[in-house]
Design a protein around this ligand. Structure first.
Ligand SMILES: Cc1cc2nc3c(=O)[nH]c(=O)nc-3n(C[C@H](O)[C@H](O)[C@H](O)COP(=O)(O)OP(=O)(O)OC[C@H]3O[C@@H](n4cnc5c(N)ncnc54)[C@H](O)[C@@H]3O)c2cc1C
Length: 452
């Protein structure tokens, strides 16, 4: 357990600052700042103007459904009309969009903008077309997890298609990755070997029946599609990671994963993992449940726990407010960050019953995990750090240059399937409290690395 000895805590803080400053100095260059990926002026303006932000989100949301450029320009104009004081460049675009003959040009520019932005986050339409990027990452000392875009399916054929796409990705990736050069830091920790092929899977895409009022039905239906994936991953030596989504499916997902991975057929493999969301107030109890399972099931290789803050913060608050429920998430960012650190420590102390993956773009959260791991006497290879493609590129390069195992989460799919993903990334990063936003505003490093 962590002692509350003030001099030991002071030592830990010093070590966090040192590690954080060293990583910051290894960031490739200011010219490639992550928020640039969200695209310059529109996003800067959106951060400062809530109504414009709402209009841009609605626009991004509707882009894939537009049938023509004319259609797209019309939507852009309609959404921007709702913004009381449109900034000059947008006001000009609206005036042009009023002229029918000019609409396709405005539409083309807008569509290109959305596509450009999406390509920063989405590495290809199919696993085959993503192989070049994945190999490049590997050559630069970066592992990956491929996420087949698509969430919350509504029909059985859709769920079948998603499962088939995941299966094809397992086959395609493991075939290609076999020929990659060996990279010890990415392929081995103190427990043993780590698969090259890593696919992230969403349970809500594996079944249309995942509803909070009938969790058993969804669980059973999803398990039918999850088992063949696990069997195939085991044959191919690949890793399957189950993402966590909004709170209304959390219990069902956790029950399902622990139940299926505990079955006789899967107790010796494949390598698999799940996600813990630190923004949830009850996450410490959830972690205890996971750790209890990990030590009592005796499963090998041990479960990988990816610790995140959580991507559905606004959604959870709105849901709770609408139903008159108490907020299930922390409402003060520092409380969420402190909980993230407490969970990091608990997880690191639970090794080797679990493998630990800390997924964050927050330099303080990451430096804290590294410092505490070292303080426990752990080797750096016994901690994995994870980032999202397009947002964590700089941190990814810095971590790789310092010899850490870093894994980048790489979405693959078409623009339509990617919209929900893109909108979440935009929402998250134009929030004033986001670490990346603070970093982009030029908050001094010392402040960024201060204890939450
Ligand atoms: C590799 C990887 C995989 C991921 N997989 C998942 C997944 O399966 N499921 C999932 O839900 N998320 C997932 N995420 C997203 C993650 O949950 C975060 O949304 C994202 O990483 C931003 O957090 P941060 O630590 O990088 O940045 P920070 O800026 O430090 O934190 C931002 C986060 O803090 C929280 N927050 C914001 N405002 C407040 C507030 N006022 N009070 C309390 N908390 C607040 C929110 O969770 C917000 O996302 C993943 C992230 C990575 C890097």
């Amino acid at each position: 357990m962590t002692d509350s000895n003030p001099s030991a805590d002071g030592e830990l803080e010093r070590s966090i600052r040192e590690i954080g400053a060293d990583l910051a100095s290894a960031f490739p260059s200011n010219a490639r700042h992550p928020l640039r990926a969200l695209d310059s002026r529109a996003m800067d303006l959106a951060s400062a103007d809530q109504e414009l932000k709402a209009a841009l989100f609605r626009f991004v949301d509707v882009t894939p459904a537009c049938r023509s450029l004319d259609d797209l320009a019309r939507h852009l104009r309609e959404y921007l009309r709702e913004v009381p004081d449109a900034p000059p460049p947008l006001a000009a675009a609206m005036r042009i969009a009023d002229v029918k003959a000019a609409r396709p040009a405005v539409g083309a520019a807008a569509a290109a903008g959305v596509r450009h932005m999406a390509h920063r986050f989405i590495i290809g339409e199919t696993p085959a077309s993503a192989l070049g990027v994945l190999r490049d990452l590997w050559n630069h000392g970066v592992a990956s997890s491929v996420d087949l875009l698509g969430e919350a399916t509504v029909t059985q054929p859709e769920a079948d298609r998603y499962a088939a796409r995941c299966d094809e990705a397992l086959v395609e990736l493991s075939r290609a990755e076999r020929d990659w050069p060996s990279r010890d830091v990415l392929e081995r920790d103190g427990i043993g070997s780590i698969p090259r092929t890593n696919v992230s899977v969403k349970i809500s895409a594996l079944t249309p029946l995942l509803r909070p009022d009938a969790p058993e039905l969804g669980r059973r239906d999803a398990a039918e599609r999850l088992r063949p994936l696990l069997r195939h991953a085991d044959e191919l030596g690949a890793h399957i990671h189950i993402d966590m989504e909004s709170l209304d499916s959390r219990e069902a997902v956790l029950d399902l994963v622990l139940e299926v991975l505990g079955e006789e057929a899967f107790i010796r493999g494949p390598s698999a993992g799940l996600v813990l969301q630190a923004y949830l107030r009850d996450s410490p109890e959830q972690l205890e449940r996971i750790l209890q399972w990990a030590s009592s099931s005796g499963r090998t290789p041990p479960l990988t726990v990816r610790l995140v803050k959580g991507a559905y913060w606004d959604h959870e608050l709105v849901q709770a407010t609408q139903h008159g429920w108490p907020a299930p998430v922390f409402e003060v960012k520092a409380e969420c960050d402190r909980n993230f650190e407490a969970l990091t420590r608990r997880l690191l102390e639970a090794r080797p019953a679990v493998r630990v993956a800390v997924a964050s773009h927050n330099l303080r959260s990451v430096a804290h995990a590294i410092a505490h791991s070292r303080r426990l006497g752990g080797q750096d290879r016994d901690l994995e750090l994870q980032v999202l493609r397009g947002l964590g590129d700089q941190l990814q390069d810095a971590l790789a240059s310092r010899g850490f195992r870093v894994r980048t989460y790489c979405p693959v799919g078409d623009l339509v399937a990617g919209m929900a993903y893109l909108v979440r990334r935009l929402l998250e990063n134009t929030s004033n409290e986001s670490f990346l936003h603070e970093q982009a505003r030029g908050v001094p490093l010392e402040q960024l690395l201060a204890a939450p």
